[in-house]
Design a protein around this ligand. Structure first.
Ligand SMILES: Cc1ncc(COP(=O)(O)O)c(C=O)c1O
Length: 365
């Protein structure tokens, strides 16, 4: 018998990320489990990737200069206040490393994005989780009550993954006004383009008043580039971007990702078109869920979240959907105490297959 390797306390604390399955399967599946875009990269973005292929014998630009400039032009944030990452997850993990340590505290809502628990576990900091309100939205006043002298980081996920809900920007502004300036606040806006409550750029105005604020965004969702891994944070000061670069390896953003992201920024019209198509599906899927007797949370994202009813076996529903070629996420894997599902809005045909399958699984004939 081989001796089992003895790992660090840190590794024993870190939860395993609940990744979706099905990636190795060849057959055509309806993939609605990871909040990906159903739309392939734009032709111009593919051309930019093709052009960058010939440079792969060189390391990527370590300062991400063209992307940094493109983001600065697009969002009106100085280049030194922009952090870039190997996906926005990379920025979250680096923020945990830069800000947290034993004795420090991190505050976030729960259920929320599955990566947040990793930050406290990896650093030895204390995680303070604040339940969502009855509408499955962040309870910002309750979160504020948890901020202490020990708090180093607060994360507000808006719209929230997995519950799809958003809080109004005015509430976030009021929250920020009360958070002490030593506390870094990351507003995770991975899905902000799908939020019809606000103009996605409205939160940028908060940066001027709050040097401790970072708006976390990604090319993974609305730009459909999650296969390349590139995200960014627009920050209220240059302190956080500098610290994030200190704790990471150089060359964290690969050359193809940089080239693709720069090109993607030039196609705002396509982004808007994709949002419109996704929101049309959102309205239609939610309506058809209600016809099945299901009440989805008020989605401002590219996915929906709904309870299945106390007596429904979530795993049986998951298996039934999978047998019909439809992959979604079980609520229990994402922090729900009650049977629930998170389902990405796909193309019209994919959504139809999901809804037909769900109807069959819930009401077997
Ligand atoms: C709320 C939230 N933040 C961040 C991310 C990370 O995205 P990426 O690392 O692909 O930029 C995700 C991905 O699902 C997410 O749901």
């Amino acid at each position: 018998m081989p001796v089992a390797i003895e790992f660090s306390q840190r590794v024993r604390r870190i939860p395993v990320y609940p990744a979706a399955g099905g990636y190795a399967q060849q057959e055509p599946l309806v993939r609605l489990a990871s909040n990906e875009s159903p739309f392939p990269p734009l032709p111009a973005v593919r051309d930019a990737i093709d052009r960058a292929l010939g440079t792969l014998n060189r390391y990527p630009d370590p300062s991400n200069s063209l992307l940094r400039r493109g983001l600065s032009d697009r969002y009106g944030v100085p280049e030194t206040r922009i952090a870039i990452g190997n996906g926005s997850c990379d920025i979250l993990l680096a923020a945990g490393e830069a800000l947290l340590e034993p004795g420090a505290e991190i505050v976030y809502a729960w259920p929320s994005f599955s990566v947040y628990p990793h930050l406290a576990a990896a650093s030895g900091a204390r995680a303070i989780t604040v339940p969502l309100d009855r509408q499955q939205r962040h309870d910002l006043p309750a979160m504020l009550r948890e901020v202490t002298v020990a708090t180093r980081l607060v994360i507000v996920c808006n719209p929230n993954n997995p519950t799809s809900t958003a809080v109004p920007l005015a509430d976030i502004a009021a929250f920020l006004a009360e958070v002490p300036p030593h506390v870094c606040v990351i507003v995770d806006e991975a899905y902000c383009e799908f939020n019809l409550l606000e103009d996605p750029d409205a939160s940028l105005e908060l940066l001027g008043a709050h040097p401790n604020l970072a708006l976390l965004r990604t090319f993974s969702k609305v730009h459909g580039l999650c296969g390349l891994r590139v995200g960014f944070a627009l920050c209220g000061s240059d302190e956080l971007p500098r610290a994030l670069d200190q704790v990471r390896q150089p060359f964290f953003c690969n050359a193809l990702a940089q080239a693709a992201a720069v090109e993607a920024l030039a196609h705002q019209d396509a982004v808007e078109d994709r949002v419109t198509r996704t929101v049309a599906e959102r309205i239609s899927v939610d309506e058809r869920l209600r016809a099945l007797g299901i009440e989805p949370a008020e989605s401002q994202a590219n996915f929906c979240w709904f309870q299945l009813g106390q007596d429904t076996d979530e795993q049986v529903v998951m298996r039934g959907l999978e047998e019909r070629g439809v992959l979604v996420r079980a609520g229990s894997a994402l922090g729900s105490q009650t049977p629930a599902l998170r389902v990405t809005y796909g193309l019209p045909e994919e959504n139809r297959r999901f809804l037909d399958a769900l109807g069959e699984v819930l009401q077997p004939v």
